[in-house]
Design a protein around this ligand. Sequence first.
Ligand SMILES: [Zn+2]
Length: 265
Amino acid sequence: MKKHNKYIVISVPIIIIVLLIGVIFGEGIVNRTIGKKVPVLMYHCITEDEDLANSNSLYVTKKKFEEDLKYLRDNGYTAIFAKDMDKPLPKKPVVITFDDGYKDNYIYGYPLLKEYDMKATIFILAYTFDEEMSHKLSWEEAGALARSGFMDIQSHTYDLHYETDDGLFAMEPFPNESDEEYRERLYKDIDIMNERFDKYIGYRPTVFAYPYGKYTKITEEVLKEADYKATFTTEKRIGNSRQGLYLYPRMAVYQKSGLDTILKK
Ligand SMILES: [Zn+2]
C-alpha cells in the first residue's frame, strides 16, 4: 500500500507537468492549424477635416485612425493582411481593410501604418483607376503600396459596384438574365481585373470584398472557380477563421466608433 502511494506521489506531479506542457504548446498548435477569432475592420476614407468626418460616414479623421492603431498596438493586436488569414495566426490577429481605393489611404493611411508597423488591405474598384479619378489612387500608387509590405491590394470588382435606377445591384442577377449570362458577366469582370493586376500590381487578386455586401450562390461559385480564397461581406460581427474564409464578416468603423466596443462584439 505504502509503495503504491509513493508511485502516486511521484507520478501526479509528472502528469500535471505533462498536461501543462500540452496546454501551453497544444494551444499554439490548435491556433496555427484550425484558426481562431479574427476581427476584420472596414474603413473607407481618411481626412484631416473633422467636420467632414462627423457628417459623412465614409470618413474617419487621421487623428481617429491613429488612435485606432494605437489602441490595437497597446492591446496586443497584430494586424495581418486579409490574404494571410489562412496562414499561421499571431496571438491576437486583426485585419484592417479599406474599400474602394481612395487616394487618402495612400496620403494618410500608409505613413501611419508604417509608423505603427501595421498592415492593411485595400479592396479597389479598379475602373475608377482607369478613369484616373483624382480622389482615387493611381495604378502607380497602388503598385507602390502593394510592394511596400504595409498595404495589400485586392479586389472590390473592376466595375460591378453600382446600383441601377431601379434599385438593382450589379453583383446580383438582372431581370431576364439567365444564370449563364450572369456568370459570363461576373467572369468578364474578373478577367479584366486580372489583366490590370498583371500589368500594374504584379500578382492576381485572391481576396474579394463584396460591393454593398451583396452576394449570391453564383457569385460565390464563380469566385471560388476563379481561385479566390476569401470573400468578405459587411455582416457586423467578429468572424472565426475556423469556419472558413468565404462570406467572412467585416465590421465598419465610423468616426464615432470606439474600437474597444467593436472588438468586444
Ligand atoms: Zn465599396
